[in-house]
Design a protein around this ligand. Structure first.
Ligand code: SAM
Ligand code: SF4
Ligand code: SF4
Length: 377
């Protein structure tokens, strides 16, 4: 199947140094979260005195919409609203409505932990949201409590999923991060619960996002292993991707029970087709989930810089993009922890952590939690 990306690529649309177009933009609309998942925003670090952004430090809806328009003119067709927890942002449905009017944008999605979805699903859909992804790692109450940092309520998340289905935000996708020894034994329960429903469960390999999430390679359950376990119970076969660059590998059950997906960022990296950029809540433009530096777009926006000049900035960064962290993970982690850090990866503190804490905002290399930049690689 030919790439959708190629159909929409015009002469103005930049390619990066590896020939990849800019097609998806993940917009973090809120740095705060009402969960403290240890793999993303561990509560030891994101404690009650942690300095999150002040509201005027976050991009306004107007600024987000303006940037979305500029990105769309460079080839972005798909927006995903994320966070932190995006539904903590007041009047998020209004932003969705404004974004649907941006010429060129033909798909708007949302990733949420689901707790507030029951309250907002109808409004979001009415304002033009097409799809929603709900993060739900397990149905086991005790494991859920651990994996949400003790803040989440499983019933509310399940009610949020039901509300999304009722509102027509289908198919609802579920993202489940799998960590060996923590929730991998509950993975089949998730599949069983949602087989044959308008919900697609996707398993995500635990990633080393940030350097404080206690990541170790042996805690990753490779998708291949998990797929084999599921296949043993409900035979299934791989099916083709919906579009070029889709992050999940899809498998369909032989008995008509629907499909499951696997996001194998660690064991089978997919940087080669990565056309995703990220905009953080404070307006930094990142070209990779693991990027060390982001380009500040808020300053030029607030300084009255013209669209043409901002476009030039964005184009310049994308032209120079070489990111492929997941493909180079082993080497990069080796280099990172060989220089000036005595602690092994995932353990204790290193100089980068110190520097980051001094900065006070989680902005330095590799220390940015997924919540700040919004999710899966
Ligand atoms: N709060 C929302 C949520 O949880 O859906 C949106 C933001 S969250 C950062 C986006 C996605 O990133 C979630 O599906 C989450 O599970 C995933 N994620 C966060 N940290 C991760 C990690 N270390 N490894 C794999 N996935 C991660
Ligand atoms: Fe919050 Fe989502 Fe990160 Fe969990 S994964 S801490 S819900 S931002
Ligand atoms: Fe894209 Fe970076 Fe993830 Fe590779 S590691 S798939 S370049 S976001």
């Amino acid at each position: 199947m030919s790439s959708t990306v190629h159909h929409i690529r015009g002469p103005q649309n930049p390619l990066d140094r590896l020939g990849r177009p800019l097609h998806d933009l993940r917009i973090s609309v809120m740095d705060r979260c009402n969960f403290r998942c240890p793999y993303c925003m561990p509560k030891e670090q994101f404690h009650e005195h942690y300095r999150f952004l002040k509201s005027q430090e976050r991009l306004s809806f107007e600024e987000i919409v303006r940037l979305a328009g500029l990105f769309a003119s460079l080839g972005v067709r798909k927006l995903r609203l994320t966070g932190g927890e995006p539904l903590l942002r007041t009047n998020l449905a209004d932003l969705v409505g404004d974004l649907t009017d941006v010429p060129g944008i033909d798909d708007i999605a949302l990733t949420t932990n689901g707790v507030l979805l029951g309250q907002h699903a109808v409004d979001l859909h009415a304002n033009g949201l097409k799809r929603v992804t709900v993060s739900l790692d397990t149905l086991d109450r005790e494991v859920f409590t651990r994996m949400s940092g003790g803040f989440g309520a499983l019933e509310q998340v399940l009610a949020g999923i039901e509300a999304a289905i009722a509102a027509g935000l289908t198919p609802v996708k579920i993202n489940a991060v799998v960590e060996r020894g923590l929730n991998d034994h509950t993975a089949l329960d998730l599949v069983e619960r949602f087989r044959g429903s308008p919900v697609i469960v996707r398993f995500i390999e635990f990633m080393d996002v940030g350097n404080r999430n206690q990541w170790r390679p042996d805690l990753v359950v490779p998708s291949r292993e998990l797929a084999a376990r599921i296949h043993e119970r409900w035979p299934m076969r791989p099916i083709s991707e919906n579009y070029k660059g889709e992050v999940a590998q899809r498998w369909r059950f032989d008995d008509g029970g629907g499909e499951v997906g696997f996001i194998s960022s660690v064991s089978q990296p997919f940087c080669g087709a990565c056309s995703r950029a990220r905009l953080s809540s404070e307006g930094k433009f990142y070209t990779c989930l693991f990027a060390t530096h982001g380009l500040d777009l808020r300053a030029p926006l607030r300084a009255g810089t013209s669209d043409a000049d901002i476009l030039q900035l964005i184009r310049g960064v994308w032209h120079g993009r070489t990111d492929r962290y997941s493909e180079l993970r082993e080497q990069l982690r080796h280099d990172l922890y060989s220089f000036g850090c005595r602690a092994p990866p995932g353990h204790g503190r290193c100089q980068r952590q110190e520097a980051d804490q001094a900065d006070g905002h989680g902005r330095s290399a590799g220390a940015l939690p997924a919540g700040r930049r919004g999710g899966a690689a």
